[in-house]
Design a protein around this ligand. Sequence first.
Ligand SMILES: [Fe+2]
Length: 557
Amino acid sequence: MITLGINYSQMHDSSAGLVRDGELVFAVAEERISRAKHDARFPQNAIRACLDFAGVKVEQLDEVCFGWPVPGETFRHDLKCYASGKMPANYLNGLNSTLHFVSMWHQRGGAKRFAQIFGETNARMRFVEHHLAHAISAYSYSGFADAAVVVMDGRGAFEATSIWHGRDGKLEHVLTIPFPDSVGYFYSEFTEYLGFQRNSDEWKVMGLAPYGKAGVDVSAFIDSDAAPYRVHARKLVANGAPFAEMVKLLGPRRVAESEIEERHKDVAFAVQDACEAAMMSVVKMAVEKTKTRNVCLAGGVALNSKANGKILASGAIEKIFVQPAASDDGVALGAALAPYLDSGGRLPMREMRHAYLGPEFDDAAIESALKTYKLKYSRLSDVAAAAAELLSKGKILGWFQGRMEFGPRALGSRSILADPRDPEMNAKVNNAVKFREWWRPFAPSMKKESAAEYLESAGDSPFMILTAQVRAEKRAVIPSVTHVDGSARPQTVEKEINPLYWRLIDEFGKRTGVPVIMNTSFNLRGEAIVHTPTDAIRTFFSSGMDALVIGSFVVEK
Ligand SMILES: [Fe+2]
């Protein structure tokens, strides 16, 4: 059976993934190909890339599975929220809901668009409940036979939080908390209040939080002590005046790009703290109801790596698997497996050990791009050793190798790398390349076998989606990847999974005594991570990177 999973909601992060006989073959987000960050348009480029990579023709597809239900469901739920007073029934809200519904209905949820672009197909068009698609994407790829599955996001058609029990390849629904009682919605509203972009910049709030202190009261907006939590949506969207209640209680909104004041840091602290408490509370409830201590997480809220790390370190659970594409891009992976649950069937249950699921470019394609730009380059006999040598001399590298990662993190395929021992490196990379906010931490990649030496917890962390505390005696050794609160968001790299990247870290360790490198995504601020060699070359020359190690080649400035 060949199934194509699609995320398309016109909200954010359109994507596609292809599964053949239960094996996830390929996945890519539309933004990487279109270059429009969080692209919410129909993912036609992503779908084409799936078919091309797998060598599959549209006629061969058995199922095309969307990670959203048929269009009416979202609209019906919106109307219910307006009628019950849970959301303000004003002109703008009504208009937005109606326009979204009409547009999605007109496209038959994407099925009509699919036929228009790719031609008629005999494949069954399937519409999967959004949280079920998230839940499958967490459980089926976790490697746990028995697991408590928690989905938390901004919203599905009607869901905000759901709990499932995964057992022997099946998913049993335990409970759903409907939108707008949504932790993701709460976090996004505050992201915007703090002058950032919702559904995109929540990382910035998470990174800012440890600079703040306790004291700001957000209990008017979220009750984290309720079982498991309660979001007061009416306060978040006061009728007709966005952010009115926040402004009244917490002061004026921050203007985008303006100075960060102490009170902004304190608000970020309170928002993050409330989010962590709510997530912990939902996870505890899931463990209690399912009687298992293996936990799977998905949904945009599960990108909160700080909260994930605390949940693992709390001792309330045994093991954790967070779907690395926890946001809506990941529902393509879950939706593509939904057919396996038909007629009492079981999910394939293949543990996801890496996220290298995207396109790749061979040396011939890379060299052709280098020649097009008439660049001076040389071929390396040992790519890992040469890159490690450059890093040990303090150079900032672009690193472009193998298949592109799926999900928001660069994990050693499309990365910018630097020496984590230099306390100034954070500022250097920021000034030269990323041009991003001073408070956002950079993350370390380390050999899996060195993790215990550097970290207090999170032994296995292949996806940079869990934070861990850096051992006190190591904080001064890797200062540029240790956050102000002593935490880091590590990637543990296994030799069998990514031999080239592992060897680069190993070679860096041989030269410096520290088998850890600084790894950030290969993109400029506000842009999607690079996809093609051309994207990499352009980004390299638009920034202060010193060298680009791309396939078997190196380009130096
Ligand atoms: Fe979602």
